[in-house]
Write a protein that binds this ligand. Structure first.
Ligand SMILES: [Zn+2]
Length: 655
């Protein structure tokens, strides 16, 4: 009795601790035993998955991602869409990758292996086996749960898109049967596409990872146990709650570094784990500094980093295709041993991929359908962090006298892009890979930067913190972001988002004309009477005298502001006069052009739209202003230094 009471009390305490610490609604609980078999380039897995039905309806079938089957043959949807290449890396046809589900059963219940079918919800391609469906013996009631036991073997491809091996380096991501998201009354379980990432539900993960002793292992979450086995292998147990995926890496050539990170405001305590390939150890301090910067920036800008570990994986030479990828609490970076410090690739990739721990990891938007919510918001965050720590004018490159910041770098891509796609579109529906990436990364980032300049930094900070706070550990959509932005700013932003998110058009305003005339005195026939030039006539009674060269002159200055592209944005126009006086005009920007006329003793000498450079989405800054030359001609003004010249150069070679 006493023992029972004690157990009960302990159970309640544990339950309480568990609830208090629960950051997400835990829909899934995975317990996986995995063994790396290097000779076969494969992982043998045994998975126990408990899935809870959080919806209001009974669910009688389940859908799973079998992502590794994207690399099974040259007829899969991924291979057809990509043509066998991804970000410049090619598929190795000697090393296809695939996952075989040997059995799936209800725990202590019926075997369901015979109910497996492969479905292709996106394109009907019968050769694509990246989505598996099973039929349950009885529906899972709302609030109920089912536990499945799955045996599988994953053959790793030679890495060319995120996951796979090169030599004895393994990046093992998207490797186990992963249940889709039951969302809005249906399974959301898309196929693996060439231009798309992932979507999954939150829960808890526990994995026992067994590798030959020589391998150094990193994985999602914190290490709970290390056990040396009699057969020359070691088993590492990792656990993590409140994440939606689990990835791991193994390589005998990793050098492991661990460093604590803490922050007082907001309070953060975590451990940074670096798995750096032996050949890149000279670059380690760059990774460490960049990750510290990332942890500080994201914690202060959005919310404290909530996990106990963060692991940076530095892929082996030759495995760059595994680099620059995010997984919960673990990401892959990229570098070369010879990379000069002024080319900030490892810094940018580290901050970007760490940042996905927030925009993807903690705020779990649907990367298949609205990739901008993670890539765009994260590229915006990355650029702000890079500018803060490395200087806005040199945050990407500061080498041999060439300096370029992250934001101008993002702009260059958007400037050169076509008008094929809007930002919001299913990831596999863009006209091509570059349209996908320009829209969801750079254009969406410039949209966020422009919004920040329109709202002001304080208001934008409120928007971002509110969005993070409201949607952390949940699945927001674009509409949810827009709602938060309008609420937190107190402004109607429909005009802004409707154009930028949903139309493929562009923004381009400028000054199309600046003209100045000297206004001569009245001359000609007025009311039927010929009138001589007034100043020459002189004051009454003194007769006609020659005009003095010092006599005050009158000028008529005309400024024409113009809209050269489709998007309609309110404009500010700054007109400067010869005496230094400035006039600021506003224009709703609706018509194709608007003329401003000034008559007075001073000439207008320059005119500029968007003088504060708020509208980073404007694809041509070189037409934004005109200045009056001494001979009265108005010319375009290049005001942007290197980026402007680079843009002019681009306009010669492309477009
Ligand atoms: Zn990204």
């Amino acid at each position: 009795m006493k023992k029972t009471v004690w157990l009960l009390a302990g159970g309640i305490l544990l339950l309480h601790a568990g609830l208090a610490a629960s950051l997400s609604r835990r829909v899934v609980a995975y317990d996986i035993k995995a063994r790396l078999v290097p000779d076969a380039k494969s992982v043998e897995g045994h998975e126990v998955l408990t899935w809870t039905n959080e919806s209001a309806e009974p669910v009688s079938e389940m859908q799973f991602h079998l992502y590794m089957n994207a690399f099974k043959n040259n007829r899969t949807t991924f291979m057809k869409e990509s043509g066998g290449a991804h970000r410049g890396f090619r598929m190795d046809k000697e090393n296809w990758g695939y996952i075989t589900v040997g059995s799936i059963a209800v725990q202590d219940g019926p075997d369901l292996t015979g109910t497996i079918t492969y479905i292709q919800p996106d394109d009907g391609n019968p050769d694509d086996r990246t989505v598996m469906k099973i039929a349950l013996p009885e529906p899972v009631a709302p609030g109920g749960a089912v536990t499945l036991v799955i045996d599988f073997v994953t053959r790793m491809p030679r890495v060319f898109a995120r996951s796979g091996f090169v030599g004895d380096f393994y990046m093992i991501g998207q490797w186990f049967p992963k249940v889709g998201v039951f969302w809005n009354g249906a399974w959301n379980c898309h196929q693996y596409h060439a231009h798309s990432e992932f979507f999954a539900d939150y829960g808890s993960f526990r994995a026992e990872l067994t590798v030959p002793d020589a391998y150094v292992v990193g994985a999602t979450g914190k290490r709970a146990a290390t056990v040396k086995n009699a057969d020359g292998t070691t088993t590492y147990t990792h656990i993590q709650e409140d994440v939606h995926d689990f990835a791991w890496t193994a390589c005998p050539e990793f050098v492991e570094f661990r460093e604590p990170f803490s922050l007082a405001d907001p309070p953060v305590r975590t451990e940074m784990i670096f798995l750096v390939h032996r050949s890149h150890v000279g670059q380690k301090d760059r990774y460490v500094r960049a990750l510290r910067n990332g942890l500080e920036f994201y914690s202060q800008s959005y919310g404290p980093y909530p996990y106990e570990t963060v692991t940076l994986v530095d892929p082996a030479p030759g495995a760059m295709a595994a680099g620059g990828m995010e997984y919960p609490t673990l990401f892959t970076a990229d570098t070369f041993s010879w990379l000069p410090r002024g080319i900030r690739l490892p810094e940018m990739v580290t901050i970007h991929e760490f940042g996905h721990g927030y925009w993807y990891g903690i705020v779990g938007s649907n990367e298949f359908e609205e990739a901008w919510l993670d890539e765009g918001i994260n590229s915006y965050s990355e650029a702000k962090a890079m500018d803060k720590y490395y200087g806005a004018d040199r945050s990407m490159i500061d080498f041999l006298g060439i300096r370029i910041g992250d934001v101008p770098y993002q702009r260059l891509n958007v400037i050169a892009s076509g008008r094929f796609d809007p930002i919001v579109r299913n990831s596999w529906s863009f006209v091509g890979g570059s349209s996908y990436s320009i829209n969801v990364y750079q254009k969406a980032s410039l949209m966020m930067q422009t919004l920040e300049r329109l709202l002001g930094e304080d208001v934008m900070s409120r928007v971002m913190k509110s969005y993070y706070e409201r949607w952390k550990f949940r699945h927001p959509t674009t509409a949810d972001f827009v709602r938060v932005a309008e609420e937190a700013s107190g402004r109607d932003l429909g005009w802004f988002f409707d154009q930028v998110l949903y139309s493929p058009d562009k923004l381009d305003y400028g000054i199309s004309d600046l003209r100045v005339y000297e206004l001569a005195p009245p001359d000609g026939v007025f009311n039927g009477t010929r009138t001589e030039s007034a100043p020459d006539a002189g004051p009454p009674g003194r007769g006609k005298q020659p005009a003095s060269p010092d006599a005050p002159k009158t000028y008529r200055s005309e400024v024409v502001a113009a809209r050269f592209a489709e998007w309609i944005f309110p404009q500010e126009i700054l007109v400067r006069f010869a005496d230094g006086r400035e006039v600021r005009e506003t224009w709703d920007g609706r018509e194709r052009w608007k003329r401003f006329v000034y008559v007075g003793p001073e000439k207008a000498v320059s005119a500029e739209v968007d003088p504060g450079h708020k509208l980073l989405l404007d694809v041509n800054f070189t037409n934004n202003s005109r200045v009056l030359e001494p001979d009265g001609r108005a010319v375009r003004k290049f005001a942007l230094g290197f980026a402007g010249w680079f843009q002019a150069l681009l306009s010669l070679v492309s477009l």
